[in-house]
Design a binder for this molecule. Structure first.
Ligand code: ZN
Length: 249
């Protein structure tokens, strides 16, 4: 199954120490299998060395049922265990609920979650809001979309999943499309994509965008593109062609 091989390659690329996106067991990746099932990284394993045996198939509806109440840590663990489609000693990533929430709302195929240093230099700063205040250069618009989501810091687990759900619902109501990039304040980066290749490209561009934004703060502050220029880039036929060529549409 080529897609599974591509997903493992994505995990290993995201875990490459030279990219500085994650350390140790940080980060997780998932792929939608059907409307109620996803494949997700097992808890505690490293993206850098992950192989197929570290990807677990889980029932997303079972995990989403946690959002109906205020489950205890023990109930969450039991629900995660019972969501496994095949018996396993391993447990799904603790952040599986965030992936399930996004698949439930948005028609995306792959989700990649990392903690890149350049992105977190901003999400952990007083200037985190600048990440979603505007667009700095045309390629960021083409690859990250003309708007992104920033979720304020929330207790990890069910409260964070509810906060992500409400931010994504608001974004999709306003924009009519799923966000490509979701920043979690004081935490990290989620990207949504149609393929493992796109997930890596969007992650890399979000990291580059964060580095540029960080640099602008020591060079007089960001000079965001005017709204009409952002809309122009977003709709230009040649940029649409470029997105298609990149496999984005
Ligand atoms: Zn995380």
């Amino acid at each position: 199954m080529t897609q599974l091989k591509d997903l493992v390659a994505l995990c290993n690329a995201l875990g490459d120490p030279d990219r500085d996106l994650v350390l140790s067991a940080e980060g997780n990746v998932s792929m939608k299998l059907d409307d109620h099932t996803m494949l997700i990284k097992a808890s505690g394993c490293s993206l850098a060395t992950l192989d197929e045996s570290n990807l677990l198939s889980v029932d997303t509806n079972r995990i989403l049922s946690l959002l109906d109440g205020t489950p205890t840590d023990h109930e969450i663990q039991e629900t995660y265990k019972s969501a496994l489609m095949e018996p396993s000693e391993k447990m799904p990533s603790v952040e599986a609920i965030l992936h399930a929430v996004i698949y439930d709302l948005a028609p995306v195929q792959v989700i990649a979650h990392t903690h890149p240093t350049p992105v977190n230099m901003l999400t952990c700063s007083m200037n985190a809001g600048l990440l979603v205040e505007g667009a700095l250069y045309p390629d960021a618009i083409v690859m990250l979309g003309h708007r992104q989501v920033l979720v304020p810091y929330t207790d990890p687990g069910v409260p964070l999943a509810k906060a992500v759900r409400s931010s994504v619902v608001t974004f999709m109501d306003q924009e009519g499309v799923a966000p490509k990039v979701i920043y979690l304040a004081n935490h990290g980066l989620f990207v949504t994509a149609d393929s493992p290749r796109e997930a890596l490209q969007v992650t890399e561009m979000a990291v580059k965008n964060a580095r540029i934004l960080h640099g602008t703060l020591s060079a007089g502050g960001p000079n965001f593109l005017p709204t009409e220029q952002v809309e122009r880039i977003d709709k230009r036929p040649d940029e649409t062609y470029r997105r298609q060529a990149l496999g984005f549409e």
